[in-house]
Each structure stands twice: as structure tokens, then as C-alpha cells.
Design a protein around this ligand. Structure first.
Ligand code: ZN
Length: 455
């Protein structure tokens, strides 16, 4: 349910540890005062002592891919049966999309495997990393690409241009995110096409969309053009399947700089980070520059990250969601530097948090819980010294969109209302962080109460 009236009063809320009534008028916090018990005539919500905190900002997400993932099969241990069912139900020739493939879950997947299970439908399956698609023979023929294995790297834009589009329910994604208390996101899709960015802008600037969106995109995009949403840093991907030269990377950094943009550089391996730092040494770091993921940071590089003033935007939940795979596959020398968090903060490096959904769970509270526990899904600790308090992890989701590693925003008079209402005092919620404590969200579309608070 969304309350669209001009004035809403949240009564008896815990704000910074004290009971307060908070009045929101035209999207701005206009009063924070001790409860009077007097009725005001405005729409009122009784928080009954639940905390009213700043809305969460997910500093790295992929909105269109998340909407597409909600329309897709998930590659899990029952994938073979699920794909057979989907093929039988969708009729010959209909495209089937699946996401989340990883060798550790289903074993090796290629064109021939897919042909054997679904010979009469074009099928495309995305690797969990987002870096590869596997297509069956019908799908390869339909897009006009030849490949013996069907495994295609870095061909997202070509595939998208040649595969019939489906209608994506971005409004549903907006509602889902608001249900987690998320009031803002930064979309880190490395799109090279301005029309893709404009399409996204169209979908998220409607009056009912509850979440503020910042976009990034490739360095050359005309980020000065007003499309109704803000441009953040330019996204640059250091591809591990095809490492760029330092000259290539420097050239991309310089294109961003010519457009006055900072850079957000995707680095998930030791060599990727080495290359990115070499490019930064050459071009110089700029306020707003960030490393996305920083999945592996050898300890000898911490000082340089700090000196350059780079911000790390991390995904705490991967320790849980992918940790067991890392334990099996990652070089022993890299395990200690994996998905660092606490040691980055201790080294004086700014850290912002994000989910990387759909490649991780879109629920930031899952990330907050994992940042504090650092357990894989089977319960094995990874880098226990990297644990941070759930309070700190929450704050890493409450920093401003333009400064992911900066201070948490506050619930204060005169501020634009981007708020999250919880069912209990904050200290109680953070004892076992979970989005089921979210009661409602005040975002760009007004106050929305969660549909099923008892989920
Ligand atoms: Zn990403």
C-alpha cells in the first residue's frame, strides 16, 4: 500500500535512540519532536517504538538484469528437470532464459547438454558471474553466432540486439527493493548504449517508482545530457577472460576524464587489481573513483588503495552465497585477502556496500548479516578477521549515492525523506538482521507500507 498524501506523520518512532514523532510534508522531513499524543489530522502511522532509519542505498546493482532474472529459470540442482518442464510448457521455438549457472552446482554445461534436454527451444543460460552465456544449437542459429561449445563471453549487447525482448516488470523490482527498505540504488551495468540508459531512465522516473536511481555506463556516454536521473562514475570492466593492456585501461580512464567523470572499475582478481592500479598511477585518482568488488586484495596493496583515496564497493553477501566455491577453487595465497571488509576499514580505506543483484541476493539485510558473520552457506568461516558489526554494515548501505564510503545519512530536519521503518528498535533488529523487520519505506513515491509484513 502506498500513501500518497502530502503530509504523513510517523508517530512513536525510535529516531537516533529516542522516541519521536516525525512529520513528512511534500517529501521533506519538516518536524521531529517528542510524541504529544495529539492527533494531527494528517495520515498517521504508529511505529510503536520501531526504529525510523535512513533508507538504504544499494551502491551496485543491475536493475534490468534483476528484472530479467525474475523472468528466468535459476540453475540449481533441479535445473535439468526445471528446463524440461519449461520446454514442455512453453511450446516449440519459444526462448527460455536461465541464470545463475556455476560449474560447482550443475557440473559442466555446454551447447550439447542443453540440446539434449531442450532440443526444440532456443535456450540461453547465464553464468553466475554475468560474464558468459551458454547457448544451445537453436539459440546459436537464431543469433547467427558459431561456437562449438556454445559458451559466449562478453557478447551481452550482441545477444540482446538479436534475441526478441520480453516485457520486464521493473515496477515489480521497485516494489521488491522498497520492501527491503531500499530507497536508492546505483546501477553499474557497463552499457555502451545511450538508448539503453534512456530506456532505463524512462522506466524509473515515473511517479510511482519508489527508488532513486543513479546510472553509470561506459566512459564515452554523454553524461551531461539530462535524462531525469543522475550519472555516477563511468563503469570500466577489467575482464579476466581477456585481460586488457595497461594502455587500453589508461585510454578508457582518459575517456571518462574527458567527460569529467570519475571511474568505477570492476576488479575481481589479483591481476585485475594490479592492472587497474597501474592505470590509476598513470592517470591519477579523482574524487569519486571506486573499485567495484575488490574480491581479492593482497595485503601489500592496501596502503596504495588508501594513498590514492579509492573507495571500495564490496558485496558482503558473496561470502555466504559463493564462499563454499571459493574455498574449493581460490588459490590458498588469495584466501586471506578475499572479499575483505574489516581490514579495508582498518587501513583507512572507504568502503560502501552493495548486493550486485541479480548476481547476489537483492536483499541488503542478507549482506548486513553476512558482513557480521562471514560464514559460507555451509557454515565455514572465511576471513573471520574481516567481520564488522552489523551497525557498521548497515551504515555502509546508508551513505550517499555520490560517496559510497562516506558517512551514513541521518534522519534530520529539512532532509529529503528517504526512510525505512522497522518493527523494533534498531539494536533489536541488528541482533539478527533481516528484511522481515522492514514495515515500510519512504521513497521518491511517498510512504509505502510493506504488503506482507509477516513474510
Ligand atoms: Zn555488477
Amino acid at each position: 500500500m502506498t500513501i500518497v498524501s502530502d503530509t504523513v506523520v510517523v508517530r512513536n518512532a525510535e529516531v537516533s535512540g529516542e522516541r519521536m514523532d516525525v512529520r513528512i510534508h511534500d517529501g521533506t522531513i519538516v518536524a521531529i519532536e517528542p510524541p504529544t499524543g495529539r492527533r494531527t489530522g494528517a495520515d498517521e502511522i504508529d511505529a510503536a517504538g520501531g526504529a525510523l532509519i535512513c533508507g538504504l542505498h544499494d551502491h551496485h546493482i543491475h536493475l534490468m538484469a534483476l528484472a530479467a532474472a525474475r523472468n528466468s529459470l535459476v540453475v540449481d540442482p533441479t535445473f535439468e528437470a526445471d528446463l524440461r518442464t519449461a520446454a514442455a510448457m512453453s511450446g516449440t521455438g519459444t526462448w527460455i532464459r536461465a541464470v545463475g549457472y556455476h560449474e560447482s552446482v550443475t557440473g559442466h554445461l555446454d551447447r550439447h547438454w542443453l540440446d539434449a534436454v531442450a532440443p526444440e527451444n532456443p535456450v540461453r543460460v547465464q553464468h553466475r558471474s554475468g560474464a558468459m552465456w551458454v547457448l544451445n544449437s537453436l539459440a546459436l542459429a537464431a543469433v547467427g553466432v558459431e561456437s562449438t561449445t556454445g559458451q559466449l563471453f562478453g557478447m551481452d549487447e550482441l545477444l540482446r540486439s538479436r534475441i526478441p525482448g520480453t516485457v520486464l516488470d521493473l515496477d515489480g523490482i521497485g516494489r521488491e527493493l522498497a520492501g527491503y527498505g531500499v530507497t536508492g540504488v546505483t546501477d553499474l551495468t557497463p552499457t555502451t548504449s545511450m538508448s539503453d540508459v534512456e530506456r532505463l531512465a524512462d522506466l524509473v522516473t515515473g511517479a510511482g517508482f519508489p527508488v532513486d536511481v543513479m546510472v553509470t555506463g561506459a566512459p564515452h556516454l554523454p553524461s551531461h545530457v539530462d535524462i531525469g536521473i543522475a550519472f555516477g562514475p563511468a563503469k570500466i570492466v577489467v575482464r579476466d577472460d581477456e585481460l586488457p593492456t595497461i594502455d587500453d585501461l589508461v585510454a578508457s580512464f582518459l575517456v571518462a576524464r574527458r567527460h569529467g567523470r570519475s571511474v568505477a572499475v570492476h576488479c575481481v582478481t589479483r591481476i585485475g587489481l594490479v592492472l587497474a592500479l597501474a592505470a590509476w598511477r598513470e592517470v591519477g585518482a579523482k574524487t569519486g573513483d571506486r573499485i567495484e568488488h575488490a574480491a581479492v586484495v593482497p595485503s601489500e596493496m592496501l596502503a596504495e588503495l588508501r594513498t590514492m583515496g579509492l573507495t571500495v564497493v564490496t558485496q558482503p553477501s558473496f561470502v555466504c552465497e559463493r564462499g563454499d566455491t571459493y574455498l574449493a577453487e581460490v588459490d590458498a595465497q588469495d584466501l586471506d585477502g578475499l572479499w575483505r571488509c574489516g581490514s579495508l576499514l582498518n587501513a583507512g580505506i572507504s568502503v560502501g556496500a552493495s548486493t550486485d543483484a541479480p548476481y547476489g541476493s537483492a536483499d541488503p539485510w542478507h549482506s548486513i548479516a553476512t558482513a557480521a558473520k562471514r560464514l559460507t552457506s555451509s557454515g565455514v568461516p572465511i576471513g573471520p578477521d574481516e567481520r564488522i558489526s552489523p551497525e557498521r554494515a548497515l551504515m555502509m548501505f546508508q551513505s550517499d549515492a555520490t560517496d559510497p564510503g562516506g558517512p551514513a545519512r541521518s534522519v534530520a530536519l529539512g532532509r529529503v525523506a528517504r526512510l525505512c521503518l522497522l518493527d523494533s528498535p534498531l539494536s533489536e533488529v541488528l541482533r539478527a538482521p533481516s528484511s522481515r523487520h522492514v514495515v515500510g519505506t519512504v521513497g521518491r513515491a511517498g510512504f509505502s507500507l510493506r504488503a506482507e509484513p509477516e513474510r
